[in-house]
Write a protein that binds this ligand. Structure first.
Ligand code: FE2
Length: 304
């Protein structure tokens, strides 16, 4: 069956490239691949790019790039969408060139995010291995994709229907709870075929919220890199939105920091991988908890 393998890249529309370079490269530890007047390309691994910044006044997410394994699967996937009545367009050579992929189709979701389906992502040159100025280890990418994003849905059910019926990604679990009396949080998490616990989640934020996404997430392999990045964010004066803690569902140990565009970046390690043959969909009541013992333990390990 033709299905999305993973979330391969994100396209963000941002207004301040210099602020993003300082944040993403000098603090978070991504690698700058290219920066010109209109575009900034960031690497997390051996792909030519994983996060594409386009100059834009929105300061918001513009597009998600979903990777399929073969051109044949991509064609079948697109054909199936068209049979369902989804308006899917083929990209012109300008767009495939921008995205550095062989073949690409796209459609738009109910929240205005463009979803791009592609094969043949360009890798960096052989001699040009990924280098971070900051990380001790590597970003966790590969078959699991670049990370995840959380869509701030205008209509939660409509967005969930889009995930299941258009993207064909599967529900992993839910987090539902009362943030404050009468203010309910309800998040649905979706995984693609290669099983990162979620590549996309949909939440109806229970107060006025101006952006299309709540956050994007990148994961690292080395737990110490989470603590070191946390320290660098504080030293550089970035605002931490959620302190170090572990999510009950994907087991990710992470923190959330404000990006120069206002939405958040989650930086974590230890996220679980879903095996569809042995997976039970659950519902959790808490969004996250900080475990002081664990946090202290890790703190002493990365600061040692
Ligand atoms: Fe997240």
């Amino acid at each position: 069956m033709a299905s999305i393998a993973n979330l391969g890249y994100l396209v963000l529309g941002v207004s301040d490239f210099d602020a993003w370079e300082q944040f993403a490269v000098e603090t978070i530890g991504m690698q700058l691949a290219e920066k010109n007047d209109n575009t900034m390309r960031l690497r997390l691994d051996n792909y030519a790019q994983r996060i594409i910044l386009e100059r834009h006044s929105d300061d918001d997410m513009l597009a998600a790039g979903w990777e399929l394994d073969t051109a044949q699967e991509l064609e079948v996937f697109v054909q199936t969408l068209r049979q369902k009545g989804v308006a899917v367009d083929a990209a012109d050579t300008d767009l495939t060139g921008q995205r550095k992929v062989e073949r690409l189709y796209h459609c738009t979701d109910p929240n205005g995010i463009r979803h791009e389906f592609y094969v043949g992502a360009q890798r960096a040159n052989m001699g040009d291995a990924f280098r971070s100025k900051k990380l001790k280890g590597q970003f966790s990418t590969g078959r699991l994709g670049m990370g995840h994003f959380v869509s701030a849905a205008k209509d939660a059910q409509e967005t969930r229907d889009f995930c299941e019926n258009v993207l064909g990604i599967k529900i992993s679990d839910y987090i539902r709870g009362e943030l404050a009396p009468g203010i309910n949080l309800d998040v649905a998490f979706f995984h693609a075929r290669t099983g990162r616990h979620h590549s996309m989640a949909a939440v109806k934020i229970p107060f006025p919220y101006p952006k299309r996404i709540h956050h994007i997430m990148v994961e690292v392999e080395n737990m110490d890199d989470v603590g070191l990045a946390y320290d660098r964010c504080i030293q550089a004066g970035y605002t931490i939105n959620m302190d170090l803690g572990r999510h009950p569902n994907d087991q990710m140990f992470s923190f959330y920091v404000h990006t120069p565009s206002g939405f958040l970046l989650e930086f974590g390690a230890g996220g679980i991988v879903v095996d569809d043959n042995h997976w039970e969909v659950k519902s959790y009541t808490h969004r996250t908890y900080a475990n002081p013992m664990e946090t202290e333990g890790l703190r002493s390990s990365w600061r040692r």
